[in-house]
Design a protein around this ligand. Structure first.
Ligand SMILES: Cc1cc2nc3c(=O)[nH]c(=O)nc-3n(C[C@H](O)[C@H](O)[C@H](O)COP(=O)(O)OP(=O)(O)OC[C@H]3O[C@@H](n4cnc5c(N)ncnc54)[C@H](O)[C@@H]3O)c2cc1C
Length: 388
């Protein structure tokens, strides 16, 4: 039977016709194109790059940006796309998040007109892939400490340093690299093939297996001044990109949670134990399903509210921290409970829950860990920045 969504509380009534249509398009794409191949991709640690042109054609890349062939979706429409993609797999949603929020957005917001017209149409249709290099081996939660430098060299710059855990790094035509300059942290567009620039993929991941994760190395890597994002001023510009991406995560993880909940619910009404009764007839099982659907409903409401505020320009980074942290945490708990309710079957890849569970461990860590977002919320309510 076709998936009809997880909607306990008539949350659908908060969406207009256009939003529901965008969601339906993304849902169909996820079900027809991603779900049939994702288990094998995950087993083989392969990103399904054959889907990239379709992601572009559907307008999902840079979906909430205007101009340069971008779809100009509202933030709620964009969020619903993220939700449906992540219902299939967090790795596919990560690809779309990075391309749109972490590569196209900085070029859109901080780039020169030449950078925008050169890159945005190609990134939008997927003929070019991008990555975002902020994290370094010794600086994850604290990117302000980064060691990568960009020093003046005549009219251009020389970059030196290493970035790691970079989604799409090994397949990117263009890397947005953040580096320390005498004037502060700046962003650079480094093209594949630039002498001194190299990448190596990270293997052995037990999470996000259908996503490429790499290290970037810059060794006396010369770029022209035209490679610098002229509008990017300090770490706050890099963090502004992360706010865009975290917003999408706040929606995306609801999709993973929905898939885990629905898988568990369907399983529990069919699976029988003790006197041939469905395990769903046991109170302890119902309590878990009740917890899941309640938390999913709260996460949906938080996401819609954040989206409406963002469309009015009223969502700030501390709002997005709460959205990312809460929704990721409940999605991870839904995945764990679902895995539990499926018993031994829950550990196989015949069901999607263990894959979601493993993926969500990454989602909890990247784009600001759960702890760091707690401290952002803590700072908002106390005025004291505990992480500094
Ligand atoms: C699959 C994957 C893809 C990624 N993609 C990208 C990407 O595309 N681009 C990119 O730049 N990065 C990317 N990252 C990196 C990610 O953003 C970092 O892993 C994240 O910021 C955490 O940094 P860390 O791993 O160095 O952990 P650490 O910063 O070392 O943290 C380890 C633990 O210490 C805790 N901790 C640290 N400081 C504090 C504090 N002050 N108070 C309380 N607790 C604290 C953390 O919450 C965490 O629990 C990716 C990571 C993964 C796993």
């Amino acid at each position: 039977m076709a998936f009809r969504g997880v909607d306990y509380f008539r949350v659908d009534s908060l969406f207009n016709e256009e939003e529901r249509m965008v969601r339906q398009t993304a849902r169909r794409f996820a079900e027809e194109r991603i779900m049939p191949l994702i288990r094998d991709c995950y087993r083989d640690a392969r990103f399904p790059s054959e889907l990239i042109p379709e992601l572009g054609e559907l307008g999902f890349l840079g979906a909430n940006l205007e101009g340069y062939n971008c779809a100009g979706m509202s933030n709620v429409e964009y969020g619903l796309v993220m939700q449906e993609l992540e219902r299939a797999d967090s790795g596919i949603r990560s690809f779309v998040s990075v391309e749109g929020a972490l590569v196209m957005y900085p070029i859109f917001a901080f780039g020169s007109e030449e950078q925008k017209s050169r890159w945005l149409p190609r990134l939008q249709n997927g003929s070019a892939i991008g990555c975002f290099g902020l994290t370094e081996p010794d600086f994850g939660s604290n990117p302000a400490g980064m060691r990568t430098t960009a020093t003046r060299d005549g009219a251009g710059w020389v970059l030196n340093g290493e970035k790691t855990w970079i989604t799409n790094g090994g397949v990117a035509e263009v890397s947005v690299v953040w580096a320390r300059t005498p004037e502060g942290i700046a962003g650079f567009l480094v093209e594949r093939g630039t002498p001194g620039f190299s990448t190596s993929d990270i293997h052995g991941k037990l999470s996000m297996r259908a996503s490429v994760t790499s290290s970037l190395s810059m060794a006396d890597c010369h770029v022209g001044d035209a490679a610098r994002l002229p509008g990017a001023k300090g770490l706050k510009s890099a963090l502004a990109c992360l706010t865009q991406a975290r917003y999408g995560i706040g929606w995306g993880v609801i999709g993973a949670a929905m898939d885990c909940y629905e898988t568990a619910r369907e399983y529990c009404v069919v699976r029988k134990q003790f006197d041939n009764r469905p395990i769903a007839s046991h109170q302890l099982v119902q309590e878990k399903l009740a917890w899941m659907i309640t938390e999913i409903t709260k996460a949906q409401l938080l996401a819609v509210h954040a989206g409406r505020l963002k469309d009015q320009g009223l969502a700030d980074p501390a709002h997005v921290s709460m959205l990312k942290r809460n929704n990721t945490a409940i999605a991870l708990d839904c995945a764990r409970l679902s895995r539990d309710l499926l018993g031994a079957n829950g550990i196989t890849d015949e069901y999607p829950v263990m894959r979601h569970l493993c993926n969500l461990e990454t989602v909890k860590t990247y784009e600001g860990t759960d702890h760091i977002h707690a401290l952002v919320i803590g700072e908002r309510v106390t005025g004291i920045a505990a992480y500094k």
